[in-house]
Structure formats: structure tokens, C-alpha cells
Design a protein around this ligand. Sequence first.
Ligand code: FAD
Length: 482
Amino acid sequence: MSQTELRTRDGQATTVPDEVIATLAEALRGRLVQAADADYDDARAVWNGMVDKHPALIAQCAGVADVIASVNFAKEHDLLVAVRGGGHNAAGNAVCDGGLVIDLSMMKSVRVDPVAQTVRAEGGVTIGELDHESQAFGLAVPMGVVTETGIAGLTLAGGVGWLRRKYGLSCDNLVSADVVTASGELVTASSENNADLLWALQGGGGNFGVVTSFEFRAYPVGPEVFLAFVIHSGTGKDAQAALQFYREWSQATSDDISSFAILWHAPEIEEIPAEHHGAPIVVYLAMHAGDAADGEAALQSLREYGSPIADLSGATPYLEVQRFFDADYPAHEMRYYWKSRYLNDLSAEAMDALIGLNEASPSHHSTLDVWHLGGALGRVPPQNTAFGDRSAPYLVGIESNWERADDDAACIEWGRKVFRALEPFSSDREYFNFPGLYEEGDQSIRETFGANLGRLQSVKRKYDPDNLFRLNHNIPPADHST
Ligand SMILES: Cc1cc2nc3c(=O)[nH]c(=O)nc-3n(C[C@H](O)[C@H](O)[C@H](O)COP(=O)(O)OP(=O)(O)OC[C@H]3O[C@@H](n4cnc5c(N)ncnc54)[C@H](O)[C@@H]3O)c2cc1C
């Protein structure tokens, strides 16, 4: 009898007879993809072109029944399990070598309730798909800033975007979720039922089960908003002054405005004069979430600072703002290594470090993104959600982005160097949606979850006592209930 080679949860080699695997294929309304299938390479590809993993089985689930069948099969054969929402996690944990991928990317249903202002979306929905349905009713759910990103991974680890200061993190707006737990049961997590699970899903990641559908609060936004997009020189004193102004300006803004200062190198686009192409730049990007005319007035002071290289600001459809960065992050063809640091302040020393590190970047596709936090997201007490502490005023997204495999070592090392260099200005927490390769391990779990870790371990023990769902920022099951 022929057998398929697989990996167990602990990474050991195992085999399962092909006729047993055929029973999983027959149990699915979706499809089971294996190495011999013509579309195997497409099915295992994720956003980060650096990730090249070879799962033994990819269960492309069509609905909850398929997810239950897949979880039960994994348990029965003690298989390594990866869970895939949008496949955009930079560390590539949506796939695994030799294990079973529970792939939700076919599960695309979105239902908007315009009266209750809620949106229910399945686990394979992307931000663009959620926006498309929500904006038909003039609504928006706070999500991230690139539309191809999956709502699932993003929400489970927090979720920062253009609405963060007005309406909070994506996970703050999670009202309920349907979850297939490690026992293969479907449970609903809400404030009335399994409230401990809802709390854990609000920032605790994919540790607790497979979320088959999410229910979010939504808010009236758009259809048009005002986007400020201003480009300044990013070298020496010019950069220092531009960041100094940004620090003061951002600290005085209302919650309507969510903004970044991005250190980058000028791309070769016609809106930027040719003499600046390839030179370091500081980009101000700010969206006002209210009426576009009010937004224009509120963002005027940002546009009036200094002598910009270009000012491309304007009233813009909200859906276009959401797509603003899409073209910069092509799937599969580019290579990415992303980490993060929360800054205690945008001090002069931190600015100097950022400016020097940007100038030294080995790839001009890389960026250092200073996200202004605070507002609604900052007011949620740390114990209210698993996400924890919200006190940092800024988050630096360390984005090492490059094209050629030959540059992997240099570009990963630059990302790590930035992470080390920013340590003196930072808390020890990390933002797990920019996880590097999870190399900080247990230490970053302890520091990031802080006082919430014990409670998270108890919830993990309740819903996944044998740590089936481990390819994530993994929380070890433990009993801290007494
Ligand atoms: C181009 C780009 C732009 C980004 N922009 C932002 C941004 O603006 N704001 C922000 O906060 N983050 C942003 N991110 C980071 C993003 O939030 C994470 O990469 C996130 O993991 C993406 O979710 P996904 O579902 O696409 O990922 P996947 O790789 O599919 O999943 C990531 C992990 O989440 C878990 N998971 C996924 N689906 C489920 C599920 N249904 N049930 C249980 N667990 C699940 C699994 O542990 C999985 O390993 C961006 C990422 C990219 C690539």
C-alpha cells in the first residue's frame, strides 16, 4: 500500500497510507491539494517570495465542515498544522514543510448589516474584499493599509490602519468569532459566550483554533476623505527637521487623523523630480477620517511645513486610500523581512538613528515607517484585550524589502541591525504582525503580552491543550487560573 510522508507536530517524520489520505479528500467540499497536483506550486505560494515551503497536504476548505474535517484529521494523525487566511504573514507561517495546511482562502463570504453597522466575514477574506462590501453601504471596518492582506491574521494579532486613531485596532472592533477549536468543535466567541476566547482572539494570534468567521463593528467613512501626501528630503539636517516637525504636529492632531512619517528612498516616478530619484526621503502620509473638506483644513498645517519636493495631497475616495500602497508590495516576486519597535518617544537620538539606518539600507525598496499611535487605540486598558499595553506613542515598522535571493543575507541583517539599534528608544514589546522570523521566541512572548500572558496560557490550555496550533507567536498552554 503506498504511503505519503508527513511531519508530526514535533517535526518528526511519519507516514499515512494514501487510502487514508483519500478519505480526507472525500470529506472535503473544497479540495485537497498534494505535491503531484498541477496547481501545487500555486497552492503553496504565499506573499513573501522568500518563503518556499512544501506542505504534504493543503486542504482548501469551502466551509466550516471542511475545517472540522481537517482539524480532526490532523489530530488523529498527529500532524504539523499551518492555518492560512490571506497568506500575507511575512514569516510564512501560513504554510509548513511536510504538514497539513488548513487553507481558508476560498472562504470569501461577507455580509454587511447596515442597520446594526456590523460586518461578518469568513476567514479567507482580504481587506480589499471587506472594503468593497462595506463601502457599498458607506461603512468601513478598521483594517490595515494594503488591500491584499488577509483580515484573519491581521485581526488576530492587532491590526493597525488608517482608522486606528479614530476607531482603534481591528481586534478592538471584533464583536464575535466562530472558531473551530483543537477538539474539532465549532464554538462562538462573543461577550455572552466564551468571552475568554473572544478576549484571547483580540491580539493573541492564531493560538486558539481556526477562526472561520469574524463579526466586526463598522463605521460611516467616505466615500471621499482627504489624504495628505507630502515628500521631503531625507538626508541630514533636512530629515532631522522634517521628523522634528512631524513629532510636534502629530502630537497635536485629533483622533480623526491617522498618519505616518516614512523614511525611504525616492522611487523613479514622474511626480518626483529626477534629481531626487534614489535619494533618501521623508514622506508624510496622513488620512482624515471625516468629511473631505474638514480633512483638507485639518491637514493644511502638515502641508505648509518647509519646502517639499512634492505635495500630492488631495480629496481621495476612501477605497483608493486603502489601495494607496498596494503596488509597492507585489506578491511572490519580492522578498521581505519585517520587524517592529514601539518607540517611547520620537526623540532627537531616535530620529538620528532612523535617518542613518535609512541611508545605510542595502535596498531602496526598504522603508522605516513611523506610525503615530494613541487616540482610540491608545485608550483601551491593557487588560481589556489580549493585545495588551497601548502606551507607546509611535511604532516603527522595519520593512526590509528586496528583489534578489543573493541579497537575502544583507537585507535580513539590515532589518536586524535596525531592530538592535532602536532598542535604547523602545519598550521590549513587539508588534506581532511584523514578526521577523519569530527569532525572539519566548522572550518576546513574555515581554509583548506582559501581565496578560498567564491568562492567555490558561485560555490556550482550555481550547488547545496539546498545542496543535503552534505555527504562530506561540503561547505555551499552562494553568494560571488559580
Ligand atoms: C503587504 C502587507 C501589508 C501589511 N499592512 C499591514 C497594516 O497596515 N497593518 C497591520 O496591522 N498589519 C499589516 N500587515 C501585516 C499583516 O497583518 C500580517 O502579515 C498578517 O499575518 C496577515 O494576515 P493573513 O491572514 O494575510 O496572513 P496568513 O499568513 O494567512 O496568516 C498569518 C497567521 O495568522 C494565523 N491565522 C490566519 N488565518 C487564521 C484563521 N482563520 N484562524 C486562526 N488563525 C489564523 C495563523 O497563525 C497564520 O500563521 C501587512 C502585511 C503585508 C504583507
